[in-house]
Design a protein around this ligand. Structure first.
Ligand SMILES: [Zn+2]
Length: 329
């Protein structure tokens, strides 16, 4: 079970801030945790929620064994609400339902906690509705909002939250942790480029879907080099069926970005390590001959733009079709 001591290793500043407010009995009524994927936002939210409900607190830590702690672990605590995007966004109905739940007093105590995951996906209406909720804080209600894009959140909401910045874990620390767990160093390079959450990295490492995703991305890059005229078909036959969910599509583009970055890095400095593509083989040679540095920089921009479009709810098939055509040019 996670403790503040473990969080402190990963996020010393964030964890000190929260422990301090716990020790002073001044837990804020609203937190905004902002940081990249894998920086521990969910773990922190869960630990704080557990602390707030725990019946046998041990300092700033929850006991992890009482009835409340156990119910939180199994996702069954009636006064802890966890809101995630419904499809691409968090809608006003979801906020309305939350408020409805909260007008009944706490089922078990007066304490209530709600966590809003991907808070940047709140629609404008939902955000405004939430704002009213935040403006009249009840003493025993704690809001914990999580986001990768703090700047996409209304300033009126931001100003009502205590903002906690999470730091990215340095890739070499992550890499070492993975190798300690028995992951091959090349695989560790790739995983630490994708996430700085060890648990997430290890689960990717064992995930068949991820192995397939990786293969498809490598094949796609090879196809750009060898048979660019077939890329469009490949996208429809291989890519789209494999990358179904929004998180999967983002992961696909992250992998594609790393692959093209590998080629660029080899151009700039031959003795650098690659993370996705095998470094010393004829394919890498051909890839370097097919794409100039300038083209590669342009391609990286295109992929970043595609990632943004996915976030803005542009239809994923369209995003990939456009990207395929733009890279060919
Ligand atoms: Zn407990």
């Amino acid at each position: 079970m996670i403790t503040w001591e473990e969080i402190t290793d990963l996020q010393p500043i964030a964890s000190r801030t929260i422990i301090n407010s716990i020790n002073k009995g001044r837990v804020s009524h609203a937190y905004l945790l902002q940081g990249e994927r894998g920086t521990g936002k969910r773990d922190i939210a869960l630990l704080l929620a557990k602390y707030l409900f725990c019946l046998n607190r041990e300092g700033a830590n929850p006991c992890h064994t009482c009835n409340n702690c156990k119910r939180i672990d199994s996702g069954n605590h009636p006064d802890l609400h966890w809101i995630e995007p419904d499809g691409q966004s968090i809608k006003i109905e979801q906020v309305r339902n939350l408020q409805k739940e909260f007008t009944y007093s706490g089922m078990e105590s007066n304490q209530k906690v709600y966590v809003i995951q991907d808070a940047d996906t709140l629609t404008v209406n939902a955000a405004n509705r939430l704002l009213k909720f935040l403006e009249e804080p009840s003493k025993q209600t704690t809001a914990i909002m999580l986001t990768e894009n703090g700047h996409s959140i209304l300033s009126t909401i931001r100003s009502r939250c205590q903002i906690i910045e999470l730091q990215p874990l340095p890739p070499d620390v992550m890499n070492q942790r993975l190798q300690d767990e028995g992951v091959h160093h090349l695989e560790a390079n790739l995983l630490s480029a994708l996430t700085n959450n060890t648990k997430e990295a290890l689960s990717l490492h064992q995930d068949e879907w991820f192995a397939g995703a990786r293969k498809i991305v490598v094949q796609l890059i090879e196809m750009y080099v060898q048979k660019p005229e077939d890329v469009y078909l490949f996208i429809h036959q291989q890519w789209i069926p494999h990358f179904k969910e929004r998180t999967e599509q983002q992961m696909g583009l992250d992998l594609l970005l790393l692959g093209f970055q590998d080629i660029l890095h080899q151009h700039i400095k031959e003795d650098t390590t690659t993370v996705l593509l095998p470094k010393e083989d004829a394919k890498m040679e051909r890839a370097m001959m097919s794409f100039s540095k300038e083209q590669l920089l342009f391609i990286l921009q295109l992929i970043l733009t595609a990632k943004r479009k996915l976030k803005q709810n542009v239809q994923p098939t369209l995003v990939m079709e456009q990207l395929a055509l733009q890279i060919q040019r």
